[in-house]
Design a protein around this ligand. Structure first.
Ligand code: FES
Length: 103
């Protein structure tokens, strides 16, 4: 079952929204026509990625500057060297959902 994350109208362009779910917390980011959902936990020292900046399809951790690709969760800039989980999203009737169970 897809998990409801937020209303599409809550998302501002390239501005992470922290969504707290029972299983995990997500940073949800709208970049142009795409919506990304990445676990809200930097793999370097477990800091919330939703506090960081987004440039293009990259999110930068505010604490030590690691960068992650929002499409894959892979680190693209140090010090992090482990990926962060990403989840497929969909929008139905103005509501954003993520598929959590496939990951
Ligand atoms: S906690 Fe994110 S870069 Fe260190």
């Amino acid at each position: 079952m897809p998990e409801r994350l937020c209303a599409l109208s809550e998302l501002k362009e390239s501005t992470p929204l922290r969504v707290e779910l029972p299983q995990l917390d997500l940073a949800v980011v709208k970049v142009r026509d795409e919506i990304f959902a990445i676990e809200d936990l930097c793999s370097h020292a477990e800091y919330p990625l939703s506090d960081g900046d987004v440039q293009g399809c990259a999110i930068e951790c505010e604490l030590h500057g690691s960068r992650f690709d929002l499409r894959t969760g892979k680190p693209t800039g140090p010090p992090a060297n482990q990926p962060v989980a990403v989840f497929e999203t969909s929008v139905i009737d103005g509501v954003v959902y993520a598929e959590l169970e496939n990951n």
